[in-house]
Design a protein around this ligand. Structure first.
Ligand SMILES: *[C@@H]1O[C@H](CO)[C@@H](O)[C@H](O)[C@H]1NC(C)=O
Ligand SMILES: *[C@@H]1O[C@H](CO)[C@@H](O)[C@H](O)[C@H]1NC(C)=O
Length: 190
């Protein structure tokens, strides 16, 4: 039992070193991510969403390196569109995410509004997808990447303007009667 554990630990350690060297030269347990690393990370992630080659290889190779083995995606914005109960994990495994992303049409014209390092090892990426579906509405949102000690994505939280995404992709919505929310109404109901 004890031997098995230490062998497993050793194996984990060896693979961690391999990933570190190949993936992110500056990634270290002792130091926080730098802005430059966060920018590099986001440019690779955009490459994946656009189904392009990155400096890590083709789509599959890049995904295999960037996602941790216990990867999960959490997004009520996606759950709302996909009919998944709110609060559920959206995508529960690395392989599932790779498959889904590969089967989805490539995104295009992705714009970065800003990228920031948060809590030392996490990354906030504020984005705009101007050409979703019919491109009637631009879709803005944010990804929050929680990275493990190899700077791979453990958890990816995403929230975005799902009503704009829905309208661009053929959902129909009917606003409630009365003025749009957030505008000043002339009539005050008594
Ligand atoms: C990526 O490259 C690997 C190794 O050459 C290959 O097995 C795989 O099919 C490629 N994946 C894609 C999506 O092109
Ligand atoms: C609100 O008030 C303005 C100014 O009196 C008027 O021009 C406008 O038509 C009103 N809008 C509605 C929805 O009643």
């Amino acid at each position: 039992m004890k031997l098995a554990i230490s062998l497993a630990a050793l194996a984990a350690c060896a693979s961690a070193t391999a990933i570190e060297t190949k993936y992110f030269p500056g990634c270290s347990r002792r130091h926080c991510l730098t802005q430059r690393m966060a920018d590099k990370f986001v440019s690779r992630f955009i490459g994946v969403l656009e189904h392009k080659e990155t400096d890590l290889g083709n789509f599959t190779e890049t995904m295999e390196i960037m996602l941790a083995d216990d990867f999960q995606e959490i997004s009520d914005s996606i759950n709302s569109l996909a009919g998944i109960p709110l609060g559920s994990v959206t995508t529960g495994s690395k392989e599932e995410y790779i498959q889904e992303t590969q089967n989805a049409p490539p995104d295009s014209n992705i714009e970065t509004i800003f990228t920031a390092v948060a809590a030392c090892r996490n990354i906030i990426w504020h984005w705009n997808f101007p050409t979703v579906g019919s491109a009637q509405y631009p879709v803005k949102g944010m990804n929050y990447f929680e990275l493990n000690e190899n700077c791979q994505i453990d958890t990816m939280r995403i929230e975005f303007n799902s009503i704009a995404w829905g309208a661009d992709t053929g959902f129909t919505t009917t606003p409630p009667s009365g003025p749009p929310p957030g505008t000043t109404s002339n009539s005050t109901t008594s």
